[in-house]
Design a protein around this ligand. Structure first.
Ligand SMILES: C[S@@+](CC[C@H](N)C(=O)[O-])C[C@H]1O[C@@H](n2cnc3c(N)ncnc32)[C@H](O)[C@@H]1O
Length: 208
């Protein structure tokens, strides 16, 4: 049996309205995917697990996100189709900044935001060029290995910033490489959706 929106709702507590917005996003994702190759064709049959639940699980790494006042400010580096940042925005995670260098993917992201009224904005261009004040939560999935990712994320770290990062089975090697240049506190969590996947919660990032 395919994992679908109702299965997602069993895993993550979301309102009907939020689920409808996520469904709308998924419809657009499938519609645009033929032209833009936003997600791998082989992942489409299990899209709700591989992309929506996989993205939504970053919220578990951020205690108190639902009741944060003011709403949390998020930065998603290399958003692509909006994974995980747009899912976070659609779930009401706060104000999400999506950074993506591909103009076509940015057009897709803006279309979803306009149609779903997600609390997100798109920064078209390279993260290296972006200027923003420190962010509460930094996310990134499948964009860069940890040492490079920390270099890209570092300008957006304040004293209380958390990075909630999707990582794969090479996470230990990436951590070993990263600790040559960076000091930080790291917690490693198993992915709920992928037995080989890991999530990192990183705080206190500074140069070694
Ligand atoms: C493999 S895709 C992953 C997309 C999405 N995060 C996901 O998990 O499906 C990596 C994305 O990062 C974007 N990207 C890579 N380097 C970037 C940079 N320096 N600044 C902004 N976007 C970048 C690419 O254009 C691409 O869309």
């Amino acid at each position: 049996m395919t994992f679908g929106p109702e299965d997602f709702r069993q895993k993550i507590d979301v309102s009907r309205e939020t689920l409808d917005r996520l469904r709308h996003y998924v419809r657009l994702l499938l519609d645009w995917n033929d032209r833009l190759n936003l997600i791998g064709a082989s992942t489409i049959p299990d899209l709700w697990r591989r992309h929506i639940w996989d993205s939504a699980q970053v919220l578990d790494l951020v205690p108190g996100w639902r009741n944060a006042s003011p709403p949390l400010r998020w930065l998603d580096i290399g958003s692509g189709a909006g994974l995980p940042g747009l899912v976070v925005a659609l779930m009401g995670g706060g104000e999400v900044h999506l950074v993506e260098k591909s103009p076509k993917k940015c057009l897709f992201l803006r279309t979803v935001i306009q149609e779903t009224q997600a609390s997100a904005q798109v920064h078209e261009g390279r993260i290296e060029e972006l200027k923003l004040p420190p962010i509460d939560v930094i996310t990134s999935r499948a964009c860069a290995p940890l040492p490079k990712l920390l270099t890209l994320a570092q300008p957006f770290f304040g004293p209380n910033t958390i990075a909630a990062l999707h990582k794969g089975q090479n996470v230990e090697e990436e951590l070993t490489a990263a600790t040559k240049s960076w000091k930080m506190q790291v917690e490693i969590f198993p992915s709920a959706t992928d037995p080989r996947g890991r999530l990192l919660r990183v705080k206190g990032v500074r140069r070694a």
